[in-house]
Design a protein around this ligand. Sequence first.
Ligand SMILES: [Zn+2]
Length: 132
Amino acid sequence: MSDDTMTMDEAAWRARLSPEQFRVLRKHGTERAGTSPLNAEKRPGLFVCAGCGQKLFDAGTKFESGTGWPSFWAPLEGAVATSKDRAFFMTRTEVHCARCGGHLGHVFADGPRPTGQRYCMNGVAMAFEPAK
Ligand SMILES: [Zn+2]
């Protein structure tokens, strides 16, 4: 854990986040596919953590995966961390914010070049900051 790791108790997160953000970020929830306005976001800019504001993904790495969730082929360096998620009898790689630990989504090995990775994110777990 680095010095800038942010920890807050559950009540503090509940007060800070919307109910849907809390469900996804703090309870490993998944938003319904196709519901995030960030699916259609195509401007240059940065996607940041809705929990703590950490910069997560550059819009230049976003691609249309057809899944209904915002998808990226690479995170910003050091922005996210991963862990194994064995829920539902499958092993998936869970992606969370490196700063606040908020659950963002999962990463799969069926993405496009150059990385071959598909970071399948919950839009509600992020906010978009258009480039100036
Ligand atoms: Zn965060």
